[in-house]
Design a protein. Sequence first.
Length: 331
Amino acid sequence: MNAPKDPGQHHDHPGHAPGHAHRHGDSHTPAPSHTSGHGHTHNVVADDLDWERLATHLETGGELHLPAHRSTAARLRELVGPGRQVRRVLDIGSGPGVMTCVLAEAFPDAEVVAVDGTPALLDRALARAERLGLAGRVSVRHARLPEGLAEDALGTADLVWSSKAVHHLGDQQGALDALARVLRPGGTLAVAEGGLPMRFLPRDLGFGRPGLQTRLDALQEDRYQAMRTSLPGSVPVVEDWPAMLRRAGLTGVGAFTTLLDLPAPLGEPGRDFLHSQLTRLRDASDGSLDAPDMDTLDRLLDPAAPEGLLRRPDVFLLSAATVFAGTRPAR
């Protein structure tokens, strides 16, 4: 799989998917739900996306989530602790490298490696690092998942970060086991694989049937399950992430949640990002939404409509991403 992340997670993009040319990233269609990034209403709903074409959208989403990314990185520094030297960090399913660069800023003594299956996204990660003065410490590794997690393929690390990538792999427990093996003794694995669906509109829009976003959540959930079932080597598992990390041999397992709260009126970059998300979801509806809801989406997406997403004054962006983390025991 290629590397989706944070737009929602929040993720730059939700990660590589087996068998396509590439990644990060949430047929998957990024939709207005949790980001990276990451319950399960996902930015992605199929593993056949053209990640290279989505590169600008993914980077914009990651930049919108910079406050949450920086908060996450600060929490990771606390988890690692002041007594632990972090010399190498892996960002698995890095997408265009927004979080990669945040991690490089948070761990100034570390080499941070962006790992993704889409070369164009890795090029963006390098360009971003150059712009931010981080070029000497940010490197990239082209690797498709899960093949790229084979023994010794990535080297070892003091911190492994992955946002919304593991759920694109058929064997999620196997992926966590492999990521845990990459850790040096005392190292930390952190995965963003939970949170809440993104919210950006009032429940009652003033037209159409109230509760549109809830119905979009249900649609995304169905598509997500179809994606999981169709993955090569798909293994059903109770998605109890702390228990899964413990089964991977990690200790001190815990979780924290970061909030992104951009109140109304949302700025133009945020509106453009949401418009792009909602457009893809509408185009991939495949008759799953009834005619009234499709009419509502069309009005929301009309760039000239005062009640549309690009013009109405009550558009906001609120999302929460949950990170699960554990430590590889010292020898």
